[in-house]
Design a protein around this ligand. Structure first.
Ligand code: SF4
Length: 216
């Protein structure tokens, strides 16, 4: 494939974004939550797990524990049992308790609204922070990069990187900032529906004309 200029790549990325935003007009997260803290917990639980599975677990979890105070003082074994089916439950329980303790200690139990403050919480990476900022507060400070965004942005040749942090840096200059949250959300939905890891359905893809991996 011929090397694409930065300008051409930006134009192509904008067309991809435009098509995907039309196909997936909603930017609402599939995770169910009652407040920003519950969203933060749900996003931590969603690591290496489907949103549907998390949504099966959180009603029971939040009926038993719902505030930073509840989680900060929770029994780790009980929390592990409540979130067991989301996988990696030892780490997730440790992170949720640590995160809740930090919220109480440094933020009066209130979820902060900046990347730096969120990123400093135990168990919170840029992906989690970007989801919470975008979905709970309507603030856009970066691009959410999950496993679908990693796969699709590479297939679409918008990046050649494999690390989420570097991919985010590659995607940000390609898309207007106001669309960052919605764009990554639409990539995630497209990855689930059409461009799956094992069997991309290229002939049914709305952005096939912009994709160098079409039928490859
Ligand atoms: S054309 Fe195929 S590989 Fe490219 S985004 Fe669409 S489904 Fe994925």
């Amino acid at each position: 494939m011929l090397k694409e200029s930065a300008e051409k790549k930006r134009e192509r990325a904008e067309k991809i974004a435009k098509n995907l935003l039309k196909e997936y007009p909603s930017d609402q997260t599939a995770l169910h939550y009652g407040d920003p803290f519950q969203l933060l917990v749900a996003v931590i639980l969603s690591a290496q797990c489907t949103d549907a599975r998390v949504n099966m677990v959180t009603p029971g979890l939040f009926a038993r524990l719902s505030t930073p105070h509840d989680f900060a003082h929770a029994d780790v074994r009980e929390l592990e049992a409540l979130i067991h089916s989301t996988g990696f439950y030892h780490n997730k329980a440790k992170n949720i308790i640590g995160c809740s303790q930090s919220l109480l200690q440094y933020h009066n139990g209130i979820v902060p609204q900046t990347m730096d403050e969120l990123f400093a919480l135990p168990g919170v990476g840029r992906k989690t922070a970007n989801v919470v900022l975008g979905a709970a507060f309507g603030k856009i400070e970066g691009v959410v990069v999950d496993t679908h965004v990693i796969r699709l942005s590479n297939r679409l040749n918008l990046t050649k990187e494999v690390s989420a942090v570097k991919i985010e840096q590659d995607l940000m200059p390609l898309i207007k900032k106001k669309y960052w949250f919605h764009f990554s959300h639409s990539l995630i939905l497209h990855g689930r529906k059409v461009c799956s890891a094992r069997k991309p359905m290229c002939t049914e893809c709305s952005i096939l004309q912009f994709c160098p991996s079409f039928l490859v």
